[in-house]
Design a protein around this ligand. Structure first.
Ligand SMILES: [Zn+2]
Length: 412
């Protein structure tokens, strides 16, 4: 069991854990630095104290969650628990497809149970304490149940297809499996707003009034159809404001949170909308989808290289090459590549945010965009001085100061 693949996995997971801890430490130090001039008036003294406490609470929570998960996985690996579960199932069940389905079912349920206290703490203790939480226990439970059901239906369905392809085509299954997953993610991307979101939220067209007319005017200028704009009841779960663009082709839509509409002035909402239309004009959804498909292609190809070897399965405590064990081993061996692609995707995403901001600025919305960004950041108690290394690795959006600098450069 303790073969070279086992030790490679342990090294990869440890390096990832250490890197995340060093980044968190740098970020902790940076949180104490002087507030940059661009955002000096954002918090008054009392709010700044609150922001610092919110940062500390989340930082501590992340430390305990990450450490717990790291120790848990190393423990499971050291005692060969994955192999043991697989053996138990194989003793009673002959079909390898059924064993694989049950194995991942057990993993999925165990993960749900173990992560439950953490997500309860995050929502009902941290977010609650700082006044962000609007989730009732009933909503929380129904969210979890719906999530579980979706996981079983969507995840289970995909897993069944992939496992069947594997038992049919063996090691050359990877290309067919990639095609299945690719088609599936394109469908999910297109129908996310019409199939998945309604399970959790209400989406409504913009109500008539001052805001709708203002938005109508802008949409005409920018060439975007008003029918594709919806308001969602984000206030059901959190007071934090948000907006996003999703979908492809005719299924595209911009979704504004009701919290955003409550928080911002009409001008500022139009500006946020302009930013989202910027994402659409620059085809960012398509670009991100293509990058994730490319990423998946590499992933499946790399897996095919080791799927026939018994070493990954043995590293997890299996007696021979077993499909579910080699999948789990591969997901851990993939850690360094995953970290790099994560950094790369965040880099591209930050570039896209600058582009979307610039699109809004090109319509003369530079100053209201700065105001809107400041307001949203302040209300979410956002960290004004994250460490640049932390931003580089984890941030999908540029920092507030970076975005303000980028906008100011263009309006001068
Ligand atoms: Zn954006």
């Amino acid at each position: 069991m303790y073969n070279e693949v086992f030790w490679l996995i342990i090294v990869f997971l440890s390096v990832e854990f250490l890197v995340s801890q060093v980044l968190a430490w740098l970020n902790r130090k940076a949180a104490l630095s002087k507030i940059p001039e661009e955002v000096s008036g954002l918090y008054d003294e009392r709010e700044y104290m609150r922001q610092q406490n919110y940062f500390k609470a989340n930082d501590k929570f992340a430390f305990y969650t990450d450490s717990f998960n790291f120790l848990l996985i190393v423990g499971l690996l050291s005692f060969g628990v994955f192999g043991w579960v697989c053996r138990m199932l194989s003793d009673y069940i002959e079909s390898e497809t059924v064993v694989t389905m049950l194995f991942f079912g057990i993993l999925f349920i165990a993960n749900e149970i173990i992560s439950l206290p953490f997500s309860i703490y995050s929502v009902f203790v941290i977010e609650e304490k700082f006044g962000f939480n609007k989730t009732t226990p009933a909503t929380f439970v129904s969210d979890k149940l719906k999530g579980l059901l979706l996981g079983v239906v969507i995840g289970g369905g995909l897993l069944f297809l992939i496992t069947s392809l594997y038992s049919w085509l063996q090691s050359s299954f990877w290309l067919a499996a990639f095609v299945v997953v690719a088609v599936f993610s394109v469908l999910l991307n297109m129908f996310y707003s019409t199939w998945i979101v309604p399970l959790f939220n209400k989406q409504e067209p913009l109500p008539k009034g001052e805001l709708r007319s203002a938005i109508e005017q802008f949409c005409e200028k920018a060439g975007f159809k008003l029918d594709n704009i919806y308001v969602i009841d984000g206030s059901k779960r959190s007071s934090k404001a948000n907006a996003y663009f999703s979908g492809l082709g005719r299924k595209k839509r911009i979704v504004l949170y009701d919290t955003l509409i409550d928080e911002l002035s009409t001008d500022e909402i139009v500006v946020v909308l302009a930013h989202e239309i910027g994402h659409y004009k620059h085809k960012h959804t398509r670009q991100m989808l293509l990058s994730s498909l490319l990423n998946m292609f590499v992933l499946f190809y790399l897996y095919s290289l080791l799927s026939a070897s018994p070493l990954p399965s043995e590293a997890l405590g299996g007696e021979r090459a077993l499909f579910p064990l080699s999948l789990v081993a591969f997901s851990m061996l993939y850690t360094p590549v995953g970290m790099l692609t994560g950094v790369l995707l965040n880099y591209v995403s930050r570039k896209n945010e600058y582009q979307a901001d610039s699109f809004a600025v090109s319509y003369g919305y530079g100053l209201p965009l700065i105001d809107a960004l400041k307001k949203i950041s302040a209300n979410a108690l956002c960290n004004l001085t994250p460490a640049k290394e932390f931003v580089f690795v984890y941030y999908s959006h540029p920092t507030l100061v970076q975005r303000i600098d980028n906008i100011k450069r263009q309006i001068k």
